[in-house]
Design a protein around this ligand. Sequence first.
Ligand code: NVA
Length: 310
Amino acid sequence: MTRHFLRDDDLSPAEQREVLELAVRLKADRHCVRPLEGPRGVAVIFDKPTLRTQLSFSVGIAELGGHPMIVDGNLAQVGTRESIHDVAKVLGRQVSAIVWRTFAQKSLAEMAEHSGVPVVNALTDDFHPCQILADLLTVTEHKGSVAGLKVAYVGDAANNMAHSYLLGFATAGANIVVAGPESYQPNPQILEDAQRIAAQTGGSATASTDAVVAVSDADVVITDTWVSMGQEGEKAERQGETNPFRSFAVTADLMAHAKADAIVMHCLPAYRGYEIAADVIDGPQSVVWDEAENRLHAQKALLAFLLERS
Ligand code: NVA
């Protein structure tokens, strides 16, 4: 059976651990596993902007012995110029895996249904599971483990990062709380899925409308932009002076409620003065550069895992 990574809970808790253990090995020895030796090709398609994702998949696929084929979504126009079904069939005949950043989660599912090779979610409107693998690796490096920690995500609790934190950190057995304004709360179905997973892993998953409650005694504090890709038209209401996210900004004042040794994470790009204060993201508790580097190691491990199991 072809294995895909379309959302965080496509990996069981044991499989997530296995991927993260391989990521640790790959970080220590970047060429220790070479499943794409040949080189075998991997298509990496972008329908939204990218820096870290294009970089980390390109470098990672090359280090696994393969050839990254970057596909500009504007040229390919997957689903418009040609159906997703037809693109999946064509790609599946030529590459060993497909990595796709796009808008709708259901497009990704359709690609996976017809490709015959592993499909990886490189960010959709609903999830960003590759970032969560990098973040789990980062937390493990700084805190020793993830299970049992209090992890607080504050800001737009209705976006892709919030949903992936709920699923991915529940899978790891953390106590994950996502906090945002009343009208920016997570999809109830995803919250429920996370709670079901947490019941098995010994963690918990909750949503809150109070940033201070969320961050109190947290081991890890996380935020993300208030204006995700595709929401540029809502910039005035999301970032303007009276925006509803202001009390969720990660400032030194908010951080005072977290544990003294709490770490701060942000998937980047970051907007200093909005979702995070400059003195926090550039301060001693921030581990954002480790996070950015860990995209590489985590995604290599994921690709190696999916190729081996497919
Ligand atoms: N929520 C952000 C994440 C960027 C990596 C977005 O979708 O733009």
